[in-house]
Design a protein around this ligand. Sequence first.
Ligand code: UN1
Length: 507
Amino acid sequence: MPITADPALDESVQTALTACGVTPSMLGGDHEVTTPLTGQTVASVNMASVDDVSAAIERADVAFRTWRDVPAPERGQVVKRWGELLTEHKVDLAVLVQAEAGKVTSEALGEVQEMIDICDFALGQSRMLYGRTMPSERPGHRLMETWHPIGVVGVISAFNFPVAVYSWNTALALVAGNTVVWKPSPATALCSLATDALLARAIAECGAPSDIHQLVITNPESAAPILDDPRVALVSATGSTRMGKEVSPRVAARFGRYLLELGGNNAAIVTPSADLDLALRGIAFAAVGTAGQRCTTMRRLIVHESIADDLVERLISAYGTLTIGDPRDEKTLVGPLINEASFTAMQDSLDQARAEGGKVITGGRRVLADENPGAYFVEPAIVRMPRQSQVVHTETFAPILYVMTYSSLDEALEMHNAVPQGLSASIFTQDITEAEIFLSARGSDCGISNVNIGTSGAEIGGAFGGEKETGGGRESGSDAWKAYMRRATNTINYSGELPLAQGVEFL
Ligand code: UN1
């Protein structure tokens, strides 16, 4: 594979690592970290062995015994300090996100902002781990519930959001009183080293046990103890549906808990009353942003037949204005795919779409290959499909937008919900009845359903996750914190008598 060396990139990566507290002793090893910006190797790291992973679980389990007794608002201080350090090093970490995940600058910064936001959220939550008190049916009794930490939480994260999604899990898990073992994607090892170094600093400054957070950079085989070790109370995994199918039965076999955030196949329905200018921008960001490599990327467009040609024409013109290339360039909106395999998967899906009667009406080709042979830049593709055929049912992690038409809203909803995944959904409409139907029980079957915005770019304050093959988990805001805790129901008798529930008489 020909590779274009870029010494400026090497230097900015080294500077960012040092600024975040990654020392040379943490680098060097058998795994080469390459950048999708050029294909060059920017660093190497050591891959943890199975024994290393088990030892990390052991340390986290020991630390849990101390951490669970620390008052929750005090635990919140660690997350508060982490958020401050992330704010201070926002640009450094964004440089690493860009170098390893290929994001354009505003999206790389936005990813770190999500981390800062969840730290704020988790700090507040640390004073709000509320349980309810219920009226007891017995005199002189109190019925209530308390929420307790569960133990070691294993966080498995993906390359496309190398730090944000992990931080939703970690910030909440830590304030809940758990300890964390993190297995990032080895493709984004440097982001994880920097994030871990900043968190280690926050932990040390707050005087918390140093072992409450463990980073293990490794391949799926060596990470096996995270799935199989009964000391890991919860496995929160983000990645493909294929990965989820491997993780969930193994964790379930030992009655562990799992929280899955897997593939999406997100659609927008565009109705005749839609504001097409607004829809156009919403669709473009969701379909093309992050080069189509978000789990919330819009992959399907279900457009009313009366406006389809007009909307598609406008989309083709909008796609024609996209700047594709080096994400460090301020004008760039579309950076590279993560690697060659991703490019091949995109081409395979486009071939399959053609075979199923689809017409690629714009994009799909590799660009800038001569100037930058080690990077995989592509023109985002729009494909008109005669119907929602097989290829449209699968998630390809690349910028392909399949366009289908509909004539009645019922038909659109039927198509919308016909895919196996259920993460994020949108309707573009000015018709309140259509919007309400879309959000109702017979509307979108997704975990996230939006009106007049695209499918991606969710705020951290809401619960994030989806149904069906997306895995059913909810992370981030709302009451997602409950997934990281166990509920105990308590009945306290201060009556001096022993009345039994349901009026049962005994002895
Ligand atoms: C993901 O792609 O795994 O809603 C997460 C969004 C981002 C998170 C995406 N806030 O697009």
